[in-house]
Design a protein. Sequence first.
Length: 228
Amino acid sequence: MTRRGGPFAASIGCLIALVSSGIPTAVADSAGDLVPAGKVESLILSGAELGDIVGVTFEWNTTKRKPFKSDDLGKDSACTLLMGPDVETFGRDYTGYRFRVDRDTAEKPDFIVQQRVATYSDADTAAQTFEKAFNRGVMAKCNGTIVVDKDDNDSQMRFRMQNISLTSATWVADQLVNDEPLGYGCANIAGVESNVIFGVKVCQYGNGGPAAATMAERIISQTSGVRI
């Protein structure tokens, strides 16, 4: 879900600072810390909340209960989770899943925000699933890679990895035309907290990093408030 056009104005410094200082690490596993599958919906931020964070009014949204099939990146298929994350990221062991995408307009949006949250039977399963998907060696090879999304009119995206650890990953996908940036890109954060894996994406002209970081922090804080 990308958008073409506009002068390049993105800056990733704020995202790196926010991610390194503002996103807590995963908490210890215990029955009291687990989010039930039936409560996964409560982790998703509303359109009004997103509007306050991003600073625009979102007029269109849709949701999904299962991960999407990953985009076809041909020879760069190892980097497909950086477009989603989708099936390869969440695996088959999740107990609950929600996807939501919001746009400022239904057609030709300038702002696109995506949220993905999945619950697992326990924190160990979630942590192992996240670590398997976000393999540091594989992700390092994707840094700087320009991919062609055959499922999105052969659009070009270039990945810039910013941080990857056992509990979180941050990266930017810049949209290109003929290998040149358009100034439109998507700031991404994925993480694991207790028995939850989540992903947020903010696509816009300029720097969507601070908004993505705020979204991630709110989802993480909400995992501690959800109980059976």
